[in-house]
Design a protein around this ligand. Structure first.
Ligand code: GYE
Length: 320
């Protein structure tokens, strides 16, 4: 396009910076927050021309979007990789075109042909959920721990990390993971998986771990419909990840026992990376964002994760 043709000199001279962003999709509240953050930081008012593509959780669409950005000769490409593999070829194409790639949120396993990654440590989130559950069940005198896991989208590094971290603690403590199936990070997926779990395991489980809040909302609907109580006053301990606003409200009401935050607001950090590149500097290869862990009950104030004591934030009154 005419606009794209002018980008090389305009970026250098401080005029409009053109960015292509290949977003995962629109599956969750977390995703909406991530998209909103990018749209507001990389706005026309701030001097950006943002080409935004919602890839609808389809890896083929995402690769095509990146190739489209190369064709438009954008100044920078931002990718939130739906899956962690299959990236080396297209990232080589970006490199050959001289377009710096910034990866956000989910990670890439099979290539390091990007300048920076900004996101969270998903394995630490999974470990934290496990350490919290260990301390909580100990404190409550629950020795028989029977867990159902509702996983995120298959092949996503967020799913892989949360699964690995939690499983490490589960194995170390001899917990019984009855089943672990994908709910695709959606509310409908969480509900569907929970409905089928209830058919197979009713009366046999006392913990449900959902790998994001939207799945937890769906799981709550399924348990409610089946007359199964959950949360701080219920029979089933409910653990979630993301800590989006609605998730925290459920922590506050006691429906979700513990929620492990994943920060969706990467865009300001990405802008820093871009500013450094614009200035001819080398940005950090990895940027980790700060996160908190939220619980309803004051049973524990800290948990030890990766050898360090970390605070838990108790949410019993409006803090969101
Ligand atoms: O947890 C989930 C979203 O990649 C960390 O994707 C992200 C995950 C997030 O759909 O809600």
């Amino acid at each position: 396009s005419a606009e794209a043709a002018g980008t090389e000199s305009s970026a250098a001279s401080g005029d409009t910076v053109t960015i292509g962003f290949a977003q995962v999709g629109h599956e969750s509240d977390w995703r909406t927050a991530s998209t909103d953050s990018c749209l507001s930081v990389f706005s026309a008012d701030n001097g950006y021309d943002l080409q935004f593509v919602d890839c609808d959780n389809d890896s083929a669409v995402q690769l095509e979007a990146v190739r489209g950005f190369i064709e438009q000769d954008v100044d920078y490409i931002i990718i939130d990789p739906i899956v962690s593999t299959g990236w080396d070829t297209v990232l080589t194409e970006c490199e050959e075109a001289g377009i710096p790639v910034i990866v956000i949120d989910r990670t890439i396993d099979d290539s390091d042909k990007y300048v920076s990654w900004v996101g969270s440590n998903f394995k630490t989130e999974g470990l934290a959920a496990g350490e919290w559950l260990k301390a909580y069940t100990d404190a409550k005198g629950i020795s028989d721990v029977n867990v159902l896991v509702i996983e995120g989208s298959t092949g996503a590094s967020a799913t892989i990390g949360r699964t690995d971290g939690f499983k490490e603690i589960a194995d170390a403590n001899g917990w019984n993971i009855l089943d672990s199936q994908t709910g695709d990070f959606t509310q409908a997926g969480g509900q569907e998986v929970m409905e089928s779990y209830i058919k197979s395991y009713e009366g046999k489980f006392n913990v449900v771990v959902c790998q994001n809040d939207n799945e937890a909302f769906g799981a709550m609907d399924a348990m409610k419909a089946a007359g199964i109580s959950y949360g701080v006053d219920g029979d089933v301990i409910l653990v979630s990840f993301d800590a989006c606003t609605a998730g925290l409200e459920y922590v506050m009401s006691g429906d979700i026992n513990a929620d492990f935050e994943c920060n969706p607001l990467a865009a300001p950090f990405v802008e820093e990376v871009i500013k450094r590149l614009q200035a001819g500097e080398t940005p950090e290869k990895e940027v980790y964002m700060t996160e908190h862990w939220f619980v309803n009950e004051d049973v524990l104030s800290t948990i030890n994760v990766n050898g360090e004591d970390q605070d838990l934030t108790v949410v019993t009154k409006e803090i969101v």
